[in-house]
Design a binder for this molecule. Structure first.
Ligand SMILES: [Zn+2]
Length: 191
C-alpha cells in the first residue's frame, strides 16, 4: 500500500513529511500533460487500494499538486457509510476552487490519515459549489451536499497546506494513552 504522509507517527513529529503537507500545492497544467496524468493516476491508485479513507489529496502521497479524490455517495448525513458504496462512486477534482458556500455551518468531528489517532470538531458548510477540472482535464462546475461537501472542503484544505489540527474552535479527541505526546506537540506548535 502506498504510504500516506503524516505530521506525526508513533509519538514522533515527522519534520520532512510535515513540510510537504504544509506546502501550498501548484495547479496542474490544462490540458493535462504526461506528468500531470501520471500524478492523477498515482493518486487514484493510492486511494483505491485503501478502505479507510473517504477522500485523499495529492500532497498526502507527496505530490504538491492540486488534485483530490473522494467518494461522492454512500454516506448518511453524519458520515457513516450507508452500505451502498461501490468502487465506481469515486470522483477526481483537478485545480478545484469553491465558488459558493451555502447554509448554516454544521459541526462534526473529523479524522485525517495525515493526523493519526485524533479527531477534531470542525464547522463546515452543508452545501458548496466548486469549479475545476475533471479527471480528463475537462472544465466542470459541481454542487456537493452534506457529508460529501464536508469531504471536499477537507480535501481542499490539504491543497493549501491546512490540516484538521489548525481548527481550534472545537473540541479535540485524543486517546488517553497518547495525551502527553499531544500536549508536547501543541505546546510546540503554539510556542
Ligand atoms: Zn485529511
Amino acid at each position: 500500500m502506498k504510504k500516506v504522509l503524516a505530521l506525526w507517527s508513533n509519538d514522533q513529529i515527522n519534520e520532512e513529511e510535515s513540510r510537504i503537507l504544509r506546502a501550498t500545492c501548484a495547479d496542474l497544467p490544462i490540458p493535462l500533460d504526461a506528468e500531470a496524468k501520471k500524478s492523477v493516476r498515482d493518486l487514484v491508485e493510492a486511494f483505491l487500494e485503501r478502505d479507510d479513507a473517504s477522500g485523499l489529496a495529492a500532497p498526502q502521497i507527496g505530490i504538491s499538486k492540486k488534485i483530490i479524490i473522494f467518494r461522492n455517495r454512500g454516506f448518511s448525513k453524519d458520515g457513516a457509510s450507508d452500505g451502498t458504496w461501490t468502487r465506481k462512486d469515486v470522483e477526481v477534482l483537478i485545480n478545484p476552487r469553491i465558488t459558493q458556500n451555502r447554509g448554516n455551518q454544521i459541526v462534526l468531528a473529523e479524522g485525517c490519515l495525515s493526523c493519526p489517532d485524533i479527531k477534531v470538531e470542525i464547522a463546515r458548510y452543508p452545501e458548496i459549489k466548486v469549479r475545476g477540472f475533471d479527471v480528463h482535464g475537462h472544465k466542470i462546475g459541481k454542487r456537493y451536499l452534506d457529508f460529501v461537501a464536508r469531504i471536499v472542503q477537507h480535501e481542499l484544505d490539504h491543497l493549501e497546506g491546512k490540516l484538521i489540527v489548525d481548527y481550534d474552535e472545537g473540541s479535540f479527541f485524543v486517546p488517553k494513552k497518547k495525551r502527553s505526546f499531544f500536549e508536547t506537540l501543541f505546546h510546540k506548535q503554539s510556542g
